[in-house]
Design a protein around this ligand. Structure first.
Ligand SMILES: [Zn+2]
Length: 264
């Protein structure tokens, strides 16, 4: 629903959004209480959507101090406080709208191909195809328990989306850090354990088995090889690995001068 500036006085709620949910509001409405006028008998979800806040990023709504579900009817006069994903400590006090545990597998939209590669490089299960449309993304996310990462806020307004996040940054490396922080993934990263091309899992193969599958120079210079169980690509710790290692170190995800114990 759209805000209705002509709704009769009294048919409004007072909204206050917290933390990153302010990113969806006009500047004048950020970090403060503001009135939202409406017509009819909307649900809480409709009011939030009308104010521009995607339901998928909302984890808790307090209505006059009590937590409520997104389908709760709104009659006017309510005071609504709207929160994004909560820290675990806060969960003891309130029932969050987003089920736990938070997702550690994702599906990304067509605009986030480079982020998808970085998530895979970090060992996170991440589906990406250039021809995914919104409906397919939502369907796969629901069927496979994946979080949706998108640059398109519209997807996150869909009621079927359980876990979804609008990636704020446009630079892929900053996007990676943003997603890791948002979904508290710091302890779940397994660098160089997944194929950046197809999302398959990498396994060690013997040097002998790799001999016919890699360039002769790479076989002579390297002793550890890894194969993707999805596409069959063989990896080794060559110049590309070194460059990626440096990138992850620069981002603070790997300690300096110490690589992962396994990986291509
Ligand atoms: Zn692969």
């Amino acid at each position: 629903m759209q805000p209705d500036p002509h709704a009769p006085l009294g048919r409004h709620v007072t909204l206050r959004c917290y933390r990153e949910l302010n990113d969806f509001l006009p500047v004048a409405s950020r970090e403060r209480r503001f009135p939202f006028r409406f017509r009819g008998q909307p649900s809480l979800k409709s009011v939030l959507e009308g104010a521009g806040v995607p339901q998928a990023e909302v984890d808790l709504v307090l209505m006059n101090g009590q937590s409520v579900a997104l389908d709760h009817p709104i009659v006017g006069g309510e005071r609504l406080e709207v929160f994004p994903l909560l820290e675990s400590l806060e969960l003891d006090l309130f029932a969050p709208l987003r089920p736990r545990p938070l997702p550690d597998a994702f599906i990304v939209d067509v605009n986030l191909g480079r982020l998808a590669r970085l998530l895979r490089l970090s060992g996170l299960d991440c589906l990406y195809r250039r021809d995914f449309d919104d409906e397919e993304i939502v369907r796969l996310a629901c069927e496979q328990g994946r979080g949706i990462l998108t640059r398109d806020k519209g997807v996150l307004h869909r009621g079927a989306v359980i876990h979804g996040y609008w990636v704020r940054h446009t630079d892929p490396e900053r996007q990676l850090l943003e997603v890791i922080h948002h979904y508290r993934l710091e302890g779940r990263l397994r660098f160089f354990s997944r194929c950046t091309r197809c999302n398959g899992v990498l396994h060690v193969i013997s040097r002998d088995a790799a001999r016919q599958r890699v360039p002769a120079g790479a076989w002579r210079e390297h002793h550890h090889f890894f194969v993707c169980d999805g596409c069959g690509q063989v990896y080794w710790r060559g110049s590309h690995y070194e460059a990626m290692n440096q990138t992850l170190t620069r981002l603070g995800l790997l300690p300096k001068k110490q690589g992962p114990e396994t990986g291509p």
